[in-house]
Every structure is written in structure tokens, then in C-alpha cells.
Design a protein around this ligand. Structure first.
Ligand code: SF4
Length: 467
């Protein structure tokens, strides 16, 4: 194959997460490889059949983001074609427990494409630093890579809006890295935030027949943009503002920086003047950060009193079977964080680590996420009300009971329960999950009921951020 003309090669691209049912985001690494191949006029396909015949491909670049994504059949059954594969992505190493092994795998993954022998034979048309080989930071993605797949899925009946992230956004990292060392994160061993791509290297300028931008929005995958030094984040943020395109940091922004940094007020003020797409998303992952988060919220809300603001709420990490004490503490801390967010008029978004499955009462996390992550529930109902409303909805719709109130207090429910009302009526899974939790932690029943009744409308208090 050594003498084969480069332009006669055929390359397969495999998004393993896509073949496992799909995600809402395109795989950025594959978009960039596709961009690089296109620059070099090398033929490539996004392989969308998990059982595709791969004989016709010279090399196959397969990427997966999620550790739970299985290898697709075309890889498992590849036989002698295995050697064509180049594997990468966080999904291939993020679950590695041994730290030394994790470091080695991550290092190899982060540089594998830039050391790839085939890619290094192709010209680089984008980089200021190299003439050959892909430069992942400087490479323009090929944003149409998924078009055939999307058309197929939409023809099969999936809503086209499901693919908005694939179709209407320029995507990239302006910075990479973090200094927080969160143990559950792929960045846990990183030490700082450094500049990565320039905005213009991934900003798409394709226009339609009317001259309108095909991809009018931007989303960023930066790990911790605000933790970059001011001489890095400020000009980059200004570039985003100058682009006049609505943008969004998809991994959330680190609210604690507003409290920790002397630039906190400046950050909040600049962000208040941005065309931000959707909700501002921060993270409130640890209860121990509460003082910093409260200090930061006072700054944030002063400059952004009306901006919809949401916080990722990480939970379920290191939960083990039968560890009731840890489960209770985790749920308690989740509700305390929600209480603070409600006081400041902010929304939560429950992010479960997969360890949450380990406990037999894990369904409490499922119900909490269903309540908290849907603004129409979180905004108007407490957790108790949400769970009870599932029950009353079922009674009204399925049992056709017209006299069932939409909402009952726990005390009213208890009276009915003790009077035998539910002897012949099944209790829905959502409500039963809450009741099981109360039973398991009977000693904490009063405290739990207080938390289950936290409600945005009751707790929101603008005087908290008044100056
Ligand atoms: S702050 Fe975010 S990016 Fe940084 S280590 Fe923690 S989870 Fe990862």
C-alpha cells in the first residue's frame, strides 16, 4: 500500500456513540478528521450501518465519547480488518481506574491523531505550525459529515429539531484544561487552562441561497473557560461577542470563579452583555462549595437578574450497594443545593454519575432528575407535588376518577392512605419511589418532607442579591 496515491485512499469514520443509538451532538474529532481529509481531497464516509462491510476502506477512524458505548459489530467482527482501525475518544479510557494507566492512555489518545502515520502523509492547509499532519486545534471541522445520517433519520420519522446541534452550530474549544482535579472528571490530572483553538478556525461561514448563515450559532466544549487567565479569557470572550452570533458553553461555566477571582465582577458584567444562547449553565457539583456559590450568585444576579440560569448538580458518585448513609447524605446535599438555587431564582439540572445505579433505591435519582431537569415541573411544583401529580394524573386519566384533586399535601395523602383509599388503587412508581425512600429513612422523615416541599415560588428572595 506504500506506493498507493494518497487521493485513491478511502477512509471510514465511525462514531461509535452514534451507532449505539445516537447522541444529540456530533463527534468533534470526526468532524475535524473529515475536514482534514476534505482539504486533501481524500474520499471518506461516515459509516452509519453498525454491520457495514468495511473491506473497501483503507483505514477506519473510530471514536467514542462515552465509556458505556459498546464497540460496534463492524469492529468486533472485523477479523483481519481490525488492523485498519484507529481508535480514540474519552470513551476508550475515561473509566480506567489505575491512575498510571489512565495517564498513559489519555496522553496517547490526546496525541494519537497528530502522530498518525497516514494523516501525517497529508498536507496541512490550516496550521501555522506544520506543513503535514493534522493540527487538531487549527483544523476546520467538516460540518456536513452527518447530513446523510440526519436525512435518513428524519425520513424515518425522527423530528428534525433533534439534530439542531448538528446543523446550526459552529463547534469548538477555545481553551482546554482545568485546575480543579475533580476525581470523576477526565481532566482530573490537568493543572491549568490553556488557549486552544482560535474562534476563526472553527467558525463556519456557509450561507444559504438567501445569503443567511447556515450555522448561525456557536457552542463551546471548553472544560473551564473562566478559569483561564484574564489575558486569555477576556479577548476570547470579546471575539465571541464580536462574532455577533449567539453562543453557549455546553459543559457549563465555573460559577465559583466569580467569587474567587478579582475579575469576578468583570466576568459577570461581560457575560451580561453577550448574546448568550439559551440558559447560562454553571455547575454546583459539591455541597462544600456552597459559600463560594452563594458569594458568586450575589455577583451574578446583580448583573444578570433576569437571565435564565441553570446549575448542573452532580450526584450519585461512588454510591455502593447497601450504603444507605452515603445515599442519604447525597440526596440531602442535592436538596440543599437546590434550596440555594431556588432562593436565587436559578434552576438545577441533576447529573447522575453512573454509580447511582448501585443502590437498590436508585430510582429516587431518576425521579429527582425527572422533576428537577424539566423547568415546567421545577418552576411550579415541589418534589412532593411532582410525585403526587404523577399519581393523580394516572387516577384521572386511566381510572377516570373525576373527584381526584391534582395536588394533595403529604398530610392529606396520609389521611387517605390510612383510611384505605389506596387499598384497591395502585400507587404509581414515581410516588412509590418517594414513599420507599421515606420508609427507609424513617428517622429523617420530617427533614425529608421539608426538603421534598422546597418550591421555587416560596423560596426565591431577590433581597439576597440586592446591593
Ligand atoms: S471543574 Fe469541571 S472540568 Fe474541571 S475538573 Fe471539575 S468537572 Fe472537570
Amino acid at each position: 500500500m506504500a506506493n498507493k496515491a494518497l487521493k485513491s485512499y478511502k477512509i471510514g469514520l465511525v462514531d461509535a456513540d452514534l451507532l449505539n443509538g445516537g447522541t444529540r451532538h456530533p463527534n468533534l474529532v470526526l468532524l475535524k478528521i473529515a475536514g482534514y481529509l476534505k482539504d486533501n481531497k481524500v474520499e471518506f464516509d461516515l459509516i452509519i450501518d453498525p454491520n457495514a462491510d468495511i473491506d473497501g476502506y483503507d483505514y477506519i477512524y473510530m471514536s467514542k465519547v462515552f465509556t458505556f458505548t459498546p464497540d460496534p459489530p463492524l469492529y468486533i467482527n472485523a477479523g483481519s480488518n481490525r488492523k485498519k482501525f484507529r481508535l480514540g475518544g474519552t470513551g476508550t479510557y475515561a473509566a480506567t481506574k489505575d491512575i498510571k494507566e489512565f495517564v498513559e492512555k489519555r496522553k496517547a489518545d490526546m496525541s494519537s491523531l497528530e502522530n498518525d502515520r497516514f494523516l501525517n502523509r497529508l498536507r496541512n492547509f490550516r496550521s501555522e505550525e506544520k506543513t503535514h499532519g493534522i493540527d487538531m486545534a487549527a483544523q476546520m471541522p467538516y460540518y456536513r459529515l452527518y447530513d446523510t445520517y440526519i436525512d435518513k433519520k428524519v425520513a424515518e420519522g425522527r423530528k428534525s429539531s433533534y439534530y439542531d446541534d448538528y446543523r446550526y452550530y459552529s463547534i469548538g474549544f477555545l481553551t482546554r484544561g482545568c485546575f480543579r482535579h475533580c476525581p470523576f472528571c477526565v481532566n482530573k490530572l490537568e493543572g491549568q487552562v490553556k488557549p486552544y483553538s482560535k474562534l476563526e478556525s472553527f467558525l463556519d461561514d456557509e450561507v444559504d441561497e438567501k445569503g443567511k448563515l447556515v450555522r448561525p450559532y456557536i457552542y463551546l466544549w471548553d472544560d473551564n473557560f473562566l478559569a483561564a487567565p484574564r489575558n486569555v479569557w477576556e479577548p476570547l470572550l470579546q471575539d465571541l461577542i464580536n462574532s455577533k452570533r449567539p453562543f453557549q458553553f455546553r459543559q457549563g461555566l465555573d460559577e465559583r470563579i466569580l467569587a474567587e477571582s478579582p475579575d469576578g465582577e468583570r466576568i459577570a458584567e461581560m457575560l451580561s452583555n453577550c448574546r448568550y444562547k439559551g440558559d447560562f449553565i454553571f455547575a454546583f457539583d459539591n455541597w462544600r462549595d456552597r459559600d463560594k456559590i452563594v458569594k458568586a450568585l450575589k455577583i451574578w444576579k446583580h448583573y444578570n437578574p433576569k437571565k435564565p440560569t441553570k446549575f448542573y448538580l452532580f450526584c450519585g458518585f461512588m454510591l455502593k450497594p447497601g450504603d444507605d448513609a452515603r445515599l442519604y447524605k447525597d440526596v440531602w446535599e442535592l436538596f440543599q443545593r437546590i434550596k440555594i438555587l431556588m432562593q436565587y431564582g436559578c434552576f438545577g439540572y441533576v447529573m447522575r454519575h453512573e454509580d447511582y445505579h448501585n443502590h437498590e433505591l436508585s430510582n429516587i435519582y431518576v425521579q429527582l432528575a425527572r422533576w428537577c431537569n424539566q423547568p415546567q415541573f421545577y418552576r411550579y411544583m415541589s418534589f412532593w407535588e411532582y410525585c403526587y401529580r404523577n399519581q393523580s394524573f394516572w387516577e384521572q386519566r386511566t381510572l377516570k376518577r373525576v373527584d381526584v384533586p391534582n395536588i394533595k399535601s403529604y398530610e392529606e395523602f396520609l389521611v387517605d392512605y390510612e383510611n384505605g383509599y389506596y387499598n384497591d388503587i395502585k400507587i404509581c412508581k414515581t410516588l412509590q419511589t418517594l414513599l420507599n425512600f421515606l420508609d427507609r429513612f424513617d428517622d429523617h422523615r420530617e427533614e425529608l418532607l421539608e426538603m421534598f416541599n422546597y418550591k421555587l415560588k416560596d423560596l426565591k428572595d431577590p433581597s439576597l442579591w440586592k446591593r
